[in-house]
Design a protein around this ligand. Structure first.
Ligand SMILES: NC(=O)c1ccc[n+]([C@@H]2O[C@H](COP(=O)([O-])OP(=O)(O)OC[C@H]3O[C@@H](n4cnc5c(N)ncnc54)[C@H](O)[C@@H]3O)[C@@H](O)[C@H]2O)c1
Length: 405
């Protein structure tokens, strides 16, 4: 293990983070842990104790740059480090169950990236390990960060407070377009590493958002459709560089074993009906994580590409003045907004992670999060819906959630 600032002793009122994964989410989580104590008054201090990656030199450089006290190329070192009290799993999906269960067994809290796991079986093992560990006071968290966009948290509160009334429709889509033929065979296109493609990656988020905002649960999934449009992609080495066949300039090709898109319909508790679509081939859509909910008293509409805004329709107002209200969710009255900047000084992608890190520390310190945090049991419910939708697509029939356990 290499140390950037020498070691320090764990303080009882400190949460010491051991991070696994140093790329996209490794950076987002580093920003979150470093900044949560700056924007929020927290009951515990936060120490960026040790970052783990696969390559020692690259991980050391990552740790130096992003503020980690130490770094290691062996994630198991984190389990031996007394200053680490929470393991943050920000590595690919094939590591989630192994790392989370080992961390819980070693007496650490766990914050794991989504989707919870590659398969329902793995997710169940994680949920069961979390239940066992809870008896020893250990907590689990899942990085469904979009819950913490102030607009999404406000939508959750409007529904909770009865402003939308009985819900008729949920319409959710998560549309990206980076998965064309020129994108190589990253781990995200290998079912052994990812579990599924756009489905676990993107539907996991909108299933969680639908459950979080509406407070409804899935009863039946129907009409699942999945497709893999790009069946072969260029091989890449472990660092993501394309491999070339020795005598030709053409890259070596391998089979994509995941979906590029998966769409499905659902019946929800309370009688609502819902539709979901996740794709990496919605040309022109970069990160359109959208949800609309229509109820008898009103509607809400959110699109992450305009993440600071929530569209709200109040059907209880006189007909002459009804219309979509675009709420800029940066007023101190809005969830989380008072912790950041003055009104309309906009928030960005990283703020959802900062707010989630703050809520995790609040929870560990015995306080309530601003809005509910998903744990492994909660994320297991989302994984059941992922499983049901995949079965619906593969078997061509409706799948009652009661049969997916
Ligand atoms: N919450 C979100 O919005 C969001 C966004 C992107 C990714 N994710 C999730 O975060 C996780 C990581 O995705 P990413 O985009 O950061 O991937 P990435 O490919 O950018 O980075 C993965 C990192 O994990 C490391 N790694 C891989 N295998 C490892 C192992 N066995 N031991 C230690 N380190 C290992 C790699 O070296 C790399 O640093 C995935 O589960 C993904 O689904 C979540």
């Amino acid at each position: 293990m290499s140390s950037a600032r020498g070691s320090s002793h764990a303080r009882s009122a400190a949460v010491g983070i051991g991070l696994v994964g140093t790329k996209f989410m490794g950076r987002a989580h580093s920003i979150a842990w470093a900044n949560a104590p700056k924007f929020f008054d927290l009951p515990m201090t936060v120490e960026l104790a040790c970052a783990a990656g696969r390559d020692a030199a690259a991980t050391h450089e990552f740790g130096r740059r992003w503020g980690w006290r130490a770094s290691t190329s062996r994630w198991r070192d984190l389990l031996k480090d007394p200053s680490v009290t929470l393991i943050d799993v920000a590595s690919p999906n094939d590591t989630h169950a192994l790392l989370s269960i080992a961390a819980l067994e070693s007496g650490r809290h766990v914050a794991c990236e989504k989707p919870l796991a590659r398969t329902l079986k793995e997710a169940r093992a994680m949920r069961d390990a979390a239940r066992l560990a809870a008896r020893r006071g250990l907590r689990t968290f899942v990085w469904f960060n979009y819950r913490r966009a102030p607009a999404v948290a406000l939508a959750h509160r409007l529904v909770r407070d009865g402003r939308i009334g009985r819900i008729f429709h949920i319409r959710a889509a998560y549309l990206q377009d980076w998965g064309g033929a020129s994108t190589p065979l990253l781990w995200r296109f290998q079912s052994g590493k990812a579990g599924s493609g756009a489905h676990g990656d993107l539907n996991a988020h909108i299933i969680d958002m639908a459950r979080f905002i509406s407070g409804l649960e899935f009863r039946t999934v129907v009409g699942g459709v999945e497709e893999t449009f790009i069946r072969e992609r260029a091989f890449v080495d472990v660092e993501g560089s394309t491999q070339r066949a020795s005598k030709s300039k053409r890259p070596r090709m391998g089979r994509s074993t995941v979906d590029d898109c998966l769409l499905f319909l659902a019946r929800m508790s309370g009688g609502a009906v819902a539709s979901f679509e996740a794709t990496r081939l919605a040309t022109g859509n970069k990160n359109r994580n959208c949800i609309e909910i229509n109820g008898e008293r009103g509607s809400v509409k959110f699109d992450f590409e305009r993440m600071n805004e929530l569209d709200y329709w109040d059907a209880t107002r006189p007909a002459a003045v009804q219309g979509w209200t675009r709420i800029m969710c940066t007023d101190p009255a809005h969830p989380y907004a008072a912790n950041y900047w003055p009104a309309a000084h906009l928030l960005g992608y990283e703020h959802g992670f900062i707010s989630q890190a703050a809520d995790i520390v609040r929870t560990l310190g015995g306080l309530e999060p601003e809005v509910p945090l998903p744990d492994f049991s909660d994320a297991y419910e989302t994984q059941r819906v992922l499983e049901a939708a995949q079965r619906s697509a593969r078997f061509g029939r409706s799948i009652p959630l009661s049969t997916v356990t």
